[in-house]
Design a protein around this ligand. Structure first.
Ligand SMILES: NC(=O)c1ccc[n+]([C@@H]2O[C@H](COP(=O)([O-])OP(=O)(O)OC[C@H]3O[C@@H](n4cnc5c(N)ncnc54)[C@H](O)[C@@H]3O)[C@@H](O)[C@H]2O)c1
Length: 453
């Protein structure tokens, strides 16, 4: 019976998840090595803009204790570890060093017990497939001097939530994936997470290794759908335009395909998707296998950057306004943001760049990354005022009314097709129906081209 947990890592995912457990009446020791973060949490501050997080933290308050070290974990029944697993281009395999450190801190606390009792350890960070068996389980057994699956339990419970939707996402997941290699660990992990997910949420029980693989594979599949939608835009751009959104809606009617992530827009980005594709390719290579599908997904993603850049530079702009710096609407996170890559490309060509994002954090990150190469604005109107071309980088609903805000002799490059109404300089990438109509007319005049669909 789990009454009290320790939770390691109070980041963008960990803090909401720890608070959900506390709100479910579990006493929760919430630990982060970042002392400043812990001080802010103790002072009642909400460190990240995430919908619903302020109310959740207030509701969790009676049962949650914040700490910057793990000593108090010795009295808890279970621990959840949700710390970073960094990777980079040179090392696409996620590092487990922060998980290992959290394990060391936890085990030092558990060793202080006078009498041993079963403890469940849940790894929730995204790990490189095979990590728990090769690194984490042996480390825990060595540190505790006890056997996994008998004296303590290990479960791998990865997260399928999206920033900007974390609080709802943890409570209403499509399914709960629990990786464990013994029945007791599975039963305890399932009972623990049942406390916070909606009744009826399906639970899929896999081995730890299979759950590790499933987590990464899920994101690679999502990227495959995004790249497919973006490739349709690349194709339509060459064909002279197509009604991409209606095509996506039609395909979505087939349940074998489904509509999610089929919409053409920016390249995929953010904290997880690009690195998960890289890790998947690296995993295949580690067993002497090419991953041509995942590699093609990356190629199409790069081609989408090239396509957007080509449209942007078509009018030889001296100044471009980039709207939407975060990698998607509703979050201020700019890690892996397509906007940053496009700003970098523009700056390399000595094009002046004005940027706008509704989140002050996102604007600050852009300023930290690009300094004087960009000018940050706090309103759309101010941002587009001096620009020859405007780029819509994410599908924030605030950009729908852009046609009325941009002078008619300027260009609006809209990969998402989200700008409403008409504007003489509007380029809805791949969706330009005027071009499509004229192409169709010319095909009718030239029978030999009819085969081109
Ligand atoms: N961000 C996402 O959208 C997302 C989605 C699914 C999965 N994930 C995975 O979740 C994990 C965490 O991601 P995040 O975005 O919450 O990270 P984050 O960087 O926002 O937060 C991680 C926190 O862990 C703390 N930390 C590091 N080492 C620690 C230790 N030894 N003990 C206690 N605290 C420690 C850090 O100080 C930081 O506050 C990663 O593996 C990531 O791949 C993230």
């Amino acid at each position: 019976m789990i009454d009290c947990i320790s939770f390691f890592g109070l980041g963008k995912l960990g803090l909401p998840l720890a608070a959900l457990f506390a709100r479910s009446e579990l006493r929760t020791l919430a630990i982060d090595i970042d002392r400043e973060l812990v001080a802010r949490l103790r002072a009642g501050q909400v460190p990240y803009p995430e919908p619903g997080l302020d109310d959740l933290l207030a509701e969790a308050e009676p049962r949650i204790t914040y700490a910057s070290e793990a000593r108090g974990a010795f009295g808890t029944d279970a621990s959840i570890i949700l710390v970073p697993t960094p990777s980079d281009a040179g090392h696409p395999e996620f590092s487990s060093r922060h998980i290992e450190q959290a394990c060391r801190d936890l085990c030092a606390a558990l060793k202080a017990r006078t009498e041993w009792r079963y403890h469940l350890i849940v790894i929730s960070s995204t790990v490189f497939p095979g990590t728990v068996a090769t690194r984490i389980a042996p480390l825990l057994e060595q540190l505790l001097g006890r056997r996994a699956g008998r004296d303590f339990g290990i479960a791998y419970v990865p997260d399928f939530v999206a920033l900007g939707d974390v609080v709802r996402g943890f409570q209403e997941p499509q399914f709960l994936l629990i990786g464990s290699d013994d029945e007791e660990s599975h039963a305890q992990a399932a009972a623990l997470f049942r406390r916070i997910v909606a009744p009826g949420t399906p639970i899929q029980h896999l081995s730890i290794r299979d759950a590790e693989l499933a987590k990464v594979a899920a994101n690679v599949f999502l990227c495959t759908k995004i790249s497919f939608g973006n490739f349709l835009a690349q194709l339509a751009d060459r064909l002279g335009g197509a009604d991409l959104d209606s095509i996506a809606s039609a395909l979505a009617l087939d349940p074998r395909i489904g509509g999610g992530f089929l919409r053409a827009g920016s390249p995929y980005g953010g904290t997880c998707l690009p690195r998960d594709v890289d890790a998947f390719v690296a995993l295949a290579r580690s067993v002497d296998l090419d991953a041509p599908l995942a590699s093609a997904v990356r190629d199409v993603n790069k081609a989408q950057y090239d396509l957007i850049e080509r449209h942007l530079l078509a009018g030889n702009p001296r100044c471009v306004a980039v709207l939407g710096l975060s990698f998607k609407p509703g979050t201020s996170v700019t890690i892996g943001s397509p906007a940053f890559e496009l700003v970098r490309r523009l700056a390399q060509r000595s094009v002046r760049v004005a940027v706008y994002d509704p989140a002050a954090d996102a604007r600050e990150s852009a300023h930290a990354a690009f300094g004087d190469a960009i000018t940050c604005h706090e309103s759309i109107t101010a941002c587009v005022a001096a620009a020859d071309a405007v780029l819509v980088c994410n599908s924030d609903p605030a950009f729908r009314g852009l046609a009325a805000k941009v002078a008619p002799d300027r260009r609006i490059i809209d990969p998402w097709g989200c700008v409403l109404g008409t504007h003489p300089g509007l380029v809805r990438i791949g969706r330009d129906q005027a071009l499509a109509a004229s192409l169709l007319a010319s095909r009718r005049r030239k029978p030999s081209l009819r085969a081109v669909r």
